[in-house]
Every structure is written in structure tokens, then in C-alpha cells.
Design a protein around this ligand. Structure first.
Ligand SMILES: Cc1cc2nc3c(=O)[nH]c(=O)nc-3n(C[C@H](O)[C@H](O)[C@H](O)COP(=O)(O)OP(=O)(O)OC[C@H]3O[C@@H](n4cnc5c(N)ncnc54)[C@H](O)[C@@H]3O)c2cc1C
Length: 488
């Protein structure tokens, strides 16, 4: 049995933020993640908005954590080397009813402490972004966009740098209590024990909560589908454009530029049974085409390069189905458990504020000794594409692998792919390389580079072809030889 002070179940953005914040103290920390990487679930399936915090009911954890997370993100992005731009956001209206809702939204923003929101006319909108639809808008200057994959990876890598252990492919299947009060977690990779267990299992958080002795929560997955548009469309998109909130105070389809120059159009929003079914529907995508065009005037089929889906883990009242706030709890009758349930949007923005609150709940019960060696800084892989001409020359002179382009669409070099293959978390999948480098995220979607990346994974890690996976244990790149009867 492997022993820890704290075990975190789920290595998404929230679990990784918790692990990273815990490494500020002298604790032995383990993260148990059932997938092949930290951003295969909700943390890698979202819009990548740093929300400002104007949408949520004043006084709620969603409001407080979003405003706190937003306020600190310039520093966080710098510390962790995460691509981020404080773009601001337009929330646009077409009708007088929309105007009424937008004015109420400004008021709510004020109550939540969101600075600088103002109602602007079409002329001002044209100055900010002529490709935005709408007759008038609220401009919110503090909203921003970030790379959700690299943020999650950066938190995890920084946690590892500061001493945390990540156990990928480790599925928690049961829990028990030892005589001394420690909690034992059963997994497909043996038993782990700890004084504290943090449940940050996302869509699975209600199941894990029950496993740990706190039943009664219900998670309703709400699916959202997206189009990813080519960078050719991205040149028109200056700022995220959202529609006026619905009557239920949620947002329909929006158009959001990404930090890398693409545009995301979506998500729609509908309840599903299985939150981890990430297929997209024809009807959903047709709907996005129509609603997306209202937000973004360059919404054309020729720009579509990919679709994807994610599901928000909404905690709902089991009786009424009413949507609830984030839950961050510790119960005296179930010692050693920190429960994070229903961390839906704005969970990406709120990951660090949630993590600090989780650590505080532990600190209320035992004295935590600061880790004087804690280093908040993490450096990502140096991107050739972003370097100036003279920097490129220098990179190639120092490391000739920067002189070989593997992904032509995104100009990703061999040096970057090698750095990604030898990542600190030990992720070995093709998609793991993709989210770390952007290789295969361009116009051809891996048609050119995917096989070269697969070959590099095989060579570098000494893997047989049939052992290389796209994302998880079930997604084979090769299953056998086509010709000659030999094994691939
Ligand atoms: C469509 C959509 C758009 C969104 N847009 C935004 C946005 O723009 N801005 C924003 O702030 N937020 C946004 N969010 C919300 C945000 O993405 C989530 O709140 C956040 O990613 C949740 O992180 P997490 O770590 O809790 O969940 P996850 O990333 O799902 O992590 C949970 C992890 O737990 C693991 N796990 C589950 N069960 C087990 C087990 N038994 N054993 C081991 N591991 C287990 C899973 O494999 C998973 O990796 C959006 C969400 C969606 C779906």
C-alpha cells in the first residue's frame, strides 16, 4: 500500500490546482487520475474563458471564486507560463428585452465586484470588433482567454516540480477506513492510503462522494457542442462575443477567439445521461451554425476544421432539479474528506480559489508547515512558431531539432515534440503531444504529422506500434498488420 498525507482523486484543472496549492506545505501528495492525461475530461473540453464573474448570484462561491480567479490571473499566467490574453468581452443584444437583461447584468456585476462594465452602442462595438453581431452590447474589460489544456498541464507540472506524485491510469473504485482513521482507496493499480482525501472527480464527483461516505448529491451533466474554426476566420475575431443572457440567466452560443488564433463557436446546452459521451449531433451542429452566425459575421462552413463536446457537471437539487452552487465541504462526521462537487463553469477560472479554500479546510484541522522550497514558477515548451526570426536562428543553432518541422500547419518542430514526449507527468499518448505542442491542431488536423509523431513516440519510448494510443487505453493507433501477416 502506498501512503500519502493527502490523496487527490481527479487530476483535472481543479485537482491539479489543489495538488499545486498543497505543495506549498510539507506534505506528501498523490494525485490519482483514471485517464491517460490531466485534460482529457471537462478541463480540456471548454471555452477557455477567464470569466469576469458578472453572471453568478451575488454571495455565491461561483461569484466569489470567479472574481478572485480573474483578478489574479495575470500573475498566475506569468508564473506558470500559460498563454493568456485579457481581451475583454462583448455581450450583445438585439431587442429591448435584451437591453433590460444586459442592464440587470451590469448591476449584478457591480454587486459581485466586477470593474468597468458599460453599455455601448453599435458605433463603439465597431471600434472594438466589427465582426460581432448585435445592435448594442455590454463591454466587460476584465474577461480574458487562456489555453485550458496548458493551464491544467502547468498546474500539474508545477505540483510535480514541487514534489507531488501523479498516478495516471489509476481508477479509484472503492474506499475504506483503517483503525487509525486513515482512508484507503482501492484502485485498479493497488491500494493507496492517506490522512486526507480530496474529491475533485468532476462529472464523477457525486459517485466518489458517496464512496467516501457522503451520499445524496446529484450531478446532472449538461452537454455543450462546439465548432473549431480555422485561423483564417480567427483574423476577424478580436474579442469573445456572447449573446444577452437567457431568461434563466445562462448564455447561449458564443464566438470566442482562442489564444492561438482559432475561433470556438458554441457551446449549446442540453442535459444528457452520460456526460462522458463526447460525440456531437447533426442537429446540434446545424443549430450552432445558425446561432453562431448571429454572434460572428464570418461564420462560414469553409472555416470549420473540427468539432468537439464537453459536459458541465452541474450539481442539482435531487428533489427539484434546481441548479446549485459549487460545493466545497468538510464534514466532522466524515473526517479526512474534502468534497468538491458540482464544479461546473466557471470552474476553470475558479480552480485556484477553489483549491485555496480546500487547503484552508484542511488547515482548520491540522497545522500545515510551509514548504520553504516551494517554487511557483513553471516554464513551458519554447514554441518555435512564436519566436522572432533572430530567436529562431538562435534556437536552431543551439538545438538542430528546432530546424525540423514536424507539424506544417502549426509550425511545430521536432525539438518541441521531443520535449512533449518527455513531459514531467509521463503522458505518452498522441493527443498528449497534441495539447502540449499544438501539433495536429491545424487545418489538416494531423493528416501530415500524426504518423510522424506516432513514430517518434515509438522510437523515444521504445513502444511497439500497437501500444501507442491516441488518448486512452481504448483508442488504438494500430491494431495489426494490413499486409504480410506480420504484427504492426
Ligand atoms: C462546455 C463547457 C464550457 C466551459 N467553459 C468554461 C469557461 O469558459 N471558463 C470557465 O471558467 N469554466 C468553463 N467550464 C467549466 C470548467 O471546464 C470546469 O468547471 C472544470 O474544467 C472542472 O475541472 P475538474 O478538474 O473539476 O473536472 P475534470 O477536468 O473533469 O477532472 C476530473 C477528473 O477526475 C477524474 N476521475 C473521475 N473519476 C475518477 C476515479 N474514479 N478515479 C480517478 N480519477 C477519476 C476524471 O478522469 C477527470 O480527469 C466549461 C465547461 C464546459 C463543459
Amino acid at each position: 500500500m502506498r501512503d500519502y498525507d493527502v490523496l487527490v482523486i481527479g487530476g483535472g484543472v481543479v485537482g491539479s490546482a489543489v495538488a499545486r496549492e498543497l505543495t506549498r506545505y510539507r506534505l506528501k501528495i498523490g494525485v490519482l487520475e483514471r485517464e491517460s492525461d490531466v485534460c482529457t475530461q471537462t478541463s480540456g473540453r471548454n471555452t477557455g474563458m477567464l470569466h469576469a464573474g458578472f453572471l453568478y448570484k451575488p454571495g455565491t462561491l461561483k461569484a466569489k471564486c470567479a472574481v478572485e480567479g480573474n483578478g489574479e490571473f495575470d500573475r498566475v499566467a506569468k508564473e506558470l507560463d500559460v498563454p493568456f490574453r485579457r481581451t475583454g468581452k462583448l455581450i450583445v443584444g438585439f431587442t429591448e428585452e435584451h437591453r433590460r437583461r444586459l442592464l440587470a447584468m451590469i448591476e449584478r456585476g457591480r454587486e459581485n465586484g466586477v470593474p468597468g462594465m458599460e453599455l455601448i452602442d453599435r458605433a463603439r462595438m465597431d471600434e472594438i470588433d466589427p465582426s460581432a453581431g448585435g445592435n448594442f452590447a455590454v463591454f466587460c474589460p476584465t474577461s480574458g482567454i487562456l489555453d485550458p489544456f496548458l493551464y491544467t498541464i502547468a498546474l500539474a507540472e508545477n505540483a510535480v516540480h514541487n514534489g507531488a506524485d501523479y498516478h495516471l491510469y489509476t481508477n479509484v473504485t472503492g474506499a475504506a477506513r483503517l483503525d487509525d482513521g486513515r482512508i484507503v482507496l482501492n484502485t485498479n493499480r493497488g491500494e493507496f492510503s492517506a490522512r486526507w482525501v480530496v474529491n475533485s472527480a468532476g462529472l464523477n464527483s457525486a459517485v466518489i462522494s458517496e464512496m467516501l461516505g457522503i451520499p445524496g448529491y446529484r450531478i446532472q451533466p449538461i452537454k455543450g457542442e462546439y465548432f473549431v474554426l480555422d485561423k483564417k476566420a480567427g483574423v476577424f475575431a478580436k474579442i469573445p462575443v456572447y449573446p444577452a443572457p437567457t431568461e434563466r440567466n445562462t448564455f447561449d452560443t458564443h464566438a470566442t477567439p482562442t489564444v492561438d488564433g482559432n475561433v470556438l463557436v458554441g457551446p449549446n446546452s442540453f442535459p444528457v445521461e452520460d456526460g462522458e459521451d463526447y460525440s456531437v449531433s447533426r442537429s446540434g451542429m446545424n443549430g450552432l451554425q445558425e446561432s453562431g452566425a448571429k454572434m460572428f459575421r464570418h461564420m462560414k462552413r469553409e472555416y470549420y476544421i473540427r468539432t468537439f463536446a464537453g459536459a458541465r457537471p452541474k450539481r442539482v437539487d435531487p428533489q427539484t432539479g434546481e441548479i446549485q452552487d459549487f460545493l466545497i465541504e468538510r464534514r466532522d462526521e466524515v473526517p479526512g474528506v474534502i468534497n468538491l462537487v458540482g464544479i461546473e463553469s466557471p470552474g476553470l477560472t475558479s480552480a485556484l480559489p477553489i483549491a485555496r479554500r480546500a487547503v484552508r479546510l484542511i488547515e482548520e484541522k491540522e497545522r500545515l508547515i510551509p514548504n520553504d522550497a516551494f517554487d511557483p514558477v513553471r516554464r513551458g515548451i519554447r514554441r518555435f512558431h512564436e519566436a522572432s526570426v533572430s530567436e529562431k536562428r538562435q534556437l536552431v543553432a543551439e538545438n538542430p531539432d528546432y530546424g525540423e518541422i514536424i507539424c506544417r500547419c502549426e509550425t511545430v518542430t521536432r525539438a518541441e515534440i521531443l520535449a512533449a514526449i518527455h513531459n514531467p507527468l509521463g503522458v505518452t499518448t498522441v493527443n498528449g503531444i497534441k495539447v502540449r505542442t499544438r501539433a495536429s491542431m491545424g487545418r489538416c488536423q494531423g493528416g501530415y504529422c500524426e504518423m510522424r509523431i506516432t513514430a517518434m513516440i515509438r522510437e523515444e519510448l521504445g513502444k511497439a506500434a500497437e501500444d501507442v494510443r491516441l488518448t486512452n487505453g481504448r483508442s488504438f493507433m494500430f491494431t495489426g498488420a494490413v499486409k504480410g501477416g506480420e504484427q504492426a
